[in-house]
Each structure stands twice: as C-alpha cells, then as structure tokens.
Design a binder for this molecule. Sequence first.
Ligand SMILES: Cc1cc2nc3c(=O)[nH]c(=O)nc-3n(C[C@H](O)[C@H](O)[C@H](O)COP(=O)(O)OP(=O)(O)OC[C@H]3O[C@@H](n4cnc5c(N)ncnc54)[C@H](O)[C@@H]3O)c2cc1C
Length: 410
Amino acid sequence: MPLAAAIVKYAALHREIFGEYEYSLLPQPSEANLQRIAKPFLQFLVDEGLREIEAVVLIMQTAQGYGFLETVPAYYALSWLTPKLLESFLKAALPVGNELDDQHGFQVSVIMLLRNGFLHLWDRMVEVEQLGGQIQYGVHVHAIRRRGIGTGTSSMSSAVEISLRREQPQEAGPSPVKAAAADGREPEEFFSLYPSPAEVKDKEKSLGDFGETIACDYLFVAAPFDVVLPLLGDGATPDETEYINALRPMTLVASLFTSTSVMERPIESMVEGSKLTGEGRLYSARHTRRVNDPSLPPPADGREPYVGHQLYNGRMAPADAKAAQATMVKDLAAYGYQDVQVGKYCAFNTYLPHLDVEGVCVHKYPWKLLANQGQNHTVWIGSSACYESVLDVVNYNNLLLDREHIKLVD
Ligand SMILES: Cc1cc2nc3c(=O)[nH]c(=O)nc-3n(C[C@H](O)[C@H](O)[C@H](O)COP(=O)(O)OP(=O)(O)OC[C@H]3O[C@@H](n4cnc5c(N)ncnc54)[C@H](O)[C@@H]3O)c2cc1C
C-alpha cells in the first residue's frame, strides 16, 4: 500500500476509534476499541496493516522524544499523531496545494516555530496581562497539607496549607533571573535533572529555613506529579498515589553544541533509514541558524550552533549524564560533525510521564483522573495529567475550564 493510502487509512481508523473530539485528550473509547489499542504502537501498526507509515511516525513521534515505537503504548502515539497532523504532512507532500482544503477539509499549517524562543511567549503574556504581581518566583515547596487527609487535620482553617522557602524576597517580576539581578543575588538553579522522588523531600529538608506557610483554598499541581507526591507525605489519597506511581517518565536530553561543520538541512533526523537509533543515540540535530533564518550569515568564528536530542527510557541519574554526552559526541563524529564543542547539556528526566498499556487500557487512569479533578481541593494539571506538549497542556486546562470538569468540593 502506498504511503498516502496508509495515512488515509490511519486517519479513518483513528476517527473510527475515537470519533471527532475537541481539545487534545483522547475520549475514552469503547471496551472493544480499548482492546484494539492495548499494545505498543509498532504492534498496533503491524496488526492494523499500517506498517507503511512507520518511517513517517518515527520522525513525528520518536524524533520528538515521544517514546520508542516498539515500547510506547499505542494510546500515546494516537494522542499525538492525530488525523489532522498526518493529513497535513500528506498535504504538504502533494503538489495540489490548498485545493485539498476545499475538497476534503484538510488542514495544513499545524506546526510552528517561535523565532524568539518559547519562553519569550510566556514572558510576554506575563507582561501584557500584567500578571507579574500574582506570580511568586523562586519558591521551594517543602510540604503540602490538605484538610482532612493524612496529617492535614479536619480543624485546619484553610483547605490547603503549603510550607515553603523563598530564594529571595517576594517580588513581582518577569523572570526569576531578572528579579534576582534586581536584588543582587543569583537565583538557585532550578534543576532540569530532577532528583528522584525519594530524594526530593530530603533535598528540600536539607535546605532548611522553612519559616513560611501559606494558606490556600485550592491546590493546582502543575509540576511533575512524582516530584510533588513526596511533598504530600501521607496526605495523598490512594487514587492519587496509584495514578502517580503508575507514571513512567522518560529522559529527553537537549544539548547545545557548536561545530565547524555546516549542515545543509535545518533539522537532521537520525531516526530515518539505516542510521543508528535506539535508547541514548543522538536522534536529531537542529541547525539553529538555518531554523531561525536561513539567510543569516555564518557566525564570525565559524562555529555553527546546533541543538542535539537524545532519548532515554526512565529517569537519567546525574551520574549517567557524562556517559550520555560521550555517546552524543561519538554519534556526531559518525555523522560528520567536526570539531564539536558541547555547551549546555540538559537532561529533562521527568519527560513524557506516561502510563503503560495496562494503566491506560485496563485501569483507564487518564479518564479516571479527569473524572476526579477538583476532589480534595486539588486539580492535577500539566503534562503528568495529559501529554508532553504545550498544546496538550493548554488544551487540558481549557477542557477543565470549558467543560466544568473541575468540581471544586469544599
Ligand atoms: C527540550 C524540550 C523541548 C520541547 N519542545 C517542545 C515543542 O517544540 N513543542 C511543544 O509543544 N512542547 C515541547 N516540549 C514539551 C513542553 O515543554 C512541555 O510539555 C510543557 O512545558 C509541560 O508543561 P507543564 O506545565 O506540565 O510543565 P513545565 O513547563 O515543566 O512546568 C513545571 C514547572 O514546575 C516547576 N517545579 C517543579 N518542581 C517544583 C517544586 N517542587 N516547587 C515549585 N516549582 C516546581 C518547574 O520549575 C517548572 O517551571 C519540549 C520539552 C523539552 C524539555
């Protein structure tokens, strides 16, 4: 079957299983369809006669850090690889252009890149909406208590209490870096490499000086859930604990490096064809200058800036980062990058917190969590609740707001 036909078949199958839906969270399918997707994605493609799209989804799924096709549950690939996304890929490859929009309702531009970087968008939102005064930066949470659960007694005057320590005096500000510069102190580094959940509480304790407790009506958890779980102590409900313990984070490494080699393609994807792939291998390298503006002249010092990506199952421990970097440098040499110098090497080790096949298809955790949102004065949001993308995180928030899924119970 040609690739185009396979994509059309995939899109039809997706719509058959999940129907049309708003927001990004896949609606809970029928029992029969849950069984149909209860497997890793590659197996799903094989069983459904869709192996032809493997090369395309390798780039769209694995090269984005969204798991290895052999192991990632089909649910997560089906979440990301929507009919619209694949149809837009197909349309971009066809010579007939926009006429397809009219004929078939295909949508083309689903991918965009922010020239000034992603953080700039949020800094601007804070500025334009004048939110600075409502955001508290540089806060380390030590413990969270909720009324009537665990150590949170039923006589607590507020529904939620949070013990915390501030890196610096409370201050409205566009970013912790700028705020710290204003009072002459450097902010503590907010680690990309999270300590393991067991170490989180010890680390916070060891920092000491938790003089402050704030009282709140509700708790919205937007940090990785397994990082927050130890802060709840014995105050997590069995349902919350079960969901969070079922999450399996991965590690995405994003590294800045320079090389004297000038690669022509804006993004070199190493997951295609016979190139080396698998856990920890360099699977894409982005040529920053070409992505930002291909007409920019080469840097004066002749060192081209790149961003490299590697993906690991599970949480990378700090001790493993050195070996991971060595693998990247070796792979870069194999791909012809010369005179490589690695700058920042950032391992995001709470990346793609996801459930296994059983967690999705037997326990149905994603939909259970949704149904329980707002209970115990708590709303669980962010990528641990849905999927590791800005679109998914924002859409999940909108789903909760628009559909009144949050039942805030006093
Ligand atoms: C290298 C990289 C590239 C990516 N590229 C894209 C992309 O191109 N497109 C896309 O859509 N998505 C991309 N993503 C994914 C996207 O960034 C995430 O899905 C999204 O940011 C998740 O949002 P969130 O609010 O759940 O968590 P985050 O944005 O991670 O926010 C969690 C916040 O909680 C804070 N926090 C953690 N622990 C504590 C604590 N104990 N106390 C106080 N605060 C705490 C953290 O400092 C952080 O600010 C990328 C991710 C990475 C790592």
